[in-house]
Design a protein around this ligand. Structure first.
Ligand code: NDP
Ligand code: HSE
Length: 443
C-alpha cells in the first residue's frame, strides 16, 4: 500500500541553536510542508537545546522549544532524530553516544569530532541498528557525502581533490582581489559566520584536514585518521606569493587531496594531504572563489565530475543538515533505520607518507639584495631543476620565487632548511605543491 503524502510525522530534537542550529530551525519552519509533499514525511522540531536561553540569536527560536539541558532532547521519547550542532570533541561526543545507544538516528555537522572519534561513533551506531549522518561535515551545502556513498557507488575513486574550507578560500580570495591583509580578512570571515569558534582550526588547516580524512575513509571504506594525513594551513602565504602565482598562471588554494596510487595484496595504497597548492588557472578548481567550495571527484567508471557550492554559513549548512534529517526520518518511517550504512569500514588501506610523493613545487624565500643568485644555486645544488624564477625587490630585500621540475618532498625540506640558514634570509622560506592532477582531471 502506498503511504499517502505527509501522513507520517517524525519528531526531531536539535542540540545547538547557533549559526547552523538556527539555520536548521529556520529551514524546517519554512519548508517542512514542501519536504512532506516530496517525501511523505513531515519533520517536526520538538525541542532545541542551547547553552544560554537568553543569549541573543540571529534566528528566533520559540521559548517553548528551548531547554538548557541536552538530555531533555535526547531522552524525549517522541524525538526519533537527534541533531548535534554544538561542535567540538568534548560534550558533543557524549551527546551523540547517548542518542545512538538509545537507538536514535543522529545527524551531525561536527567534522572535528568525526575525524577524531568517528570510527568509534560509527561502530556504536551499527551496534544499535541505527545511523549517524554527517553530510554537513564536509563542504557545507554540497552533497559530497551522499554523492560518494550513493551516486558514485559503482566507482573506484582515483582522485578526489577539493577546496573544502570556506574560511581559507574566502581569505585567499580577498587577499588576491582586495590586497587586504590576512588578519583583516579573517575578521570578516568570522563576522559572516564562516569560521570555527577557534579560527586556528580553519587557518592552520585542521578543519580541512578533518574533512579530507572523512572523505578518504568514506571513499576507501577504511578508517583514515588525521594522524596519517599531511596537514599545512595558510598562515605562511603572503600577498606576493599570490601575485607571483597569478603571473605564472596559477591560483593558490588550500587543497585537500585523496589519490589512489596502487593496490597490493588487496590493500589500497593512497596518498592524502591538505596544503596550500598551486592550481593552473585553466582547471575548474581555480575558479572556486570566496566562501565557495568545489570538489572534483574522478571515478573509474564516471570519469571526472565536479561539485560546487557554498562551503560554510547558516543556510548552506542547514540545507545539508536538513537533507540528512529527511533521510533519517524517511528510513525510520519505512522501518529501515540502517538502509545504507553511512560509513562502511570493511577494507584496509595504506596511506603513503608525503615524503614518498614527487611533485613540482613553488619555492619562495626572501633574501638580502644581491643574494638572489645564491638562493637559486643552493636549490640547484640539491639536484632540483628550476623551471622558472621571479625576483621582486622589496625595500632592503628581494622576494625570490621559483617553480621546480618534479622532485621529492625530502629534497625540498632540505633546501628549505638551507635557505632558512642563509644569513640574509628575512622570512621563513616556503614550498607549495603544484598539483598537476596526473591521472585525473588534468585539462
Ligand atoms: P555556534 O557556536 O554558532 O553554535 C553552537 C551552539 O551550541 C550554540 O547555540 C550554543 O548555545 C550551543 N551549545 C554549546 N554548548 C552547549 C551545551 N552544553 N548544551 C546545549 N547547547 C550548547 O556553532 P555553529 O553553528 O557555527 O557550528 C555548529 C557545528 O556545525 C560545529 O560542529 C561546526 O564545526 C559545524 N559546522 C559549521 C558550519 C558553519 O558555517 N558555521 C559549517 C559546517 C559545519 P548558545 O547559543 O546558548 O551559546
Ligand atoms: N569553518 C568551516 C569553513 C565551516 O570555513 O569551511 C564549514 O565546515
Amino acid at each position: 500500500m502506498r503511504i499517502s503524502q505527509a501522513s507520517v510525522s517524525v519528531h526531531v530534537g536539535v542540540i545547538g541553536g547557533g549559526t547552523v542550529g538556527g539555520g536548521v530551525y529556520q529551514a524546517i519552519s519554512r519548508n517542512a510542508a514542501l519536504i512532506a509533499s516530496r517525501t511523505g514525511v513531515l519533520l517536526k522540531i520538538k525541542r532545541v537545546a542551547v547553552k544560554a536561553i537568553d543569549e541573543p540569536r540571529a534566528v528566533d527560536i520559540p521559548l517553548s522549544l528551548l531547554t538548557t539541558d541536552w538530555r531533555d532532547v535526547v531522552n524525549d521519547p517522541d524525538v526519533k532524530v537527534v541533531v548535534e550542532l554544538v561542535g567540538g570533541t568534548g560534550i558533543a561526543k557524549e551527546m551523540i553516544l547517548t542518542a545512538l545507544r538509545q537507538g536514535k538516528s543522529v545527524v551531525t555537522a561536527n567534522k572535528a569530532l568525526l575525524a577524531t572519534h568517528g570510527e568509534e561513533l560509527f561502530k556504536v551506531a551499527r551496534e544499535n541498528n541505527t545511523a549517524l549522518f554527517y553530510e554537513a561535515s564536509v563542504a557545507g551545502g554540497i552533497p559530497i557525502i551522499r554523492s560518494i556513498r550513493e551516486g558514485f557507488v559503482c566507482n573506484r575513486f582515483l582522485n578526489i581533490s577539493g577546496i573544502i574550507n570556506g574560511t581559507c578560500n574566502y581569505i585567499l580570495t580577498q587577499m588576491e582581489a582586495q590586497g587586504h591583509g590576512f588578519e583583516e580578512v579573517l575578521k570578516e570571515a568570522q563576522a559572516k559566520g564562516y569560521a570555527e569558534a577557534n579560527p586556528s582550526l580553519d587557518v592552520d588547516g585542521h578543519d580541512a584536514h578533518h574533512k579530507i580524512s572523512i572523505l578518504a575513509s568514506l571513499a576507501f571504506n577504511a578508517w583514515v585518521s588525521p594522524e596519517q594525513v599531511y596537514r599545512e594551513g595558510i598562515r605562511s602565504v603572503i600577498g606576493l606569493d599570490i601575485q607571483a602565482c597569478k603571473e605564472w598562471g596559477y591560483k593558490l588554494k588550500l587543497l585537500g587531496v585523496v589519490k589512489y596510487i596502487s593496490q597490493e595484496s588487496g590493500i589500497d595504497k593512497i596518498h592524502v594531504r591538505v596544503a596550500p597548492t598551486l592550481i593552473a588557472n585553466t582547471h575548474i578548481l581555480a575558479r572556486v572563489d570566496g566562501v565557495f567550495n568545489g570538489v572534483s571527484v574522478f571515478g573509474d567508471v564516471v570519469g571526472e565530475t565536479f561539485l560546487y557550492g557554498r562551503g560554510a554559513g547558516q543556510d548552506a549548512t542547514a540545507s545539508a543538515v536538513v537533507g540528512d534529517i529527511t533521510d533519517a526520518a524517511l528510513d525510520i518511517s519505512k522501518g529501515i533505520p540502517d538502509r545504507l550504512i553511512p560509513m562502511c569500514l570493511n577494507r584496509q588501506v595504506s596511506v603513503l607518507p608525503i615524503e614518498e610523493m614527487e611533485n613540482r613545487f613553488y619555492i619562495r624565500t626572501v633574501t638580502g639584495l644581491g643574494d638572489e643568485e645564491n638562493a637559486k644555486q643552493l636549490v640547484c645544488g640539491e639536484g632540483i631543476q628550476i623551471n622558472s624564477a621571479k625576483v621582486i625587490p622589496t625595500g632592503p630585500h628581494s622576494f625570490v620565487a621559483l617553480l621546480t621540475e618534479p622532485t621529492s618532498w625530502k629534497k625540498i625540506n632540505k633546501v628549505l632548511s638551507m635557505l632558512k640558514a642563509c644569513t640574509t634570509c628575512a622570512a621563513e622560506p616556503v614550498a607549495f605543491i603544484i598539483e598537476d592532477f596526473v591521472g585525473a582531471c588534468s585539462e
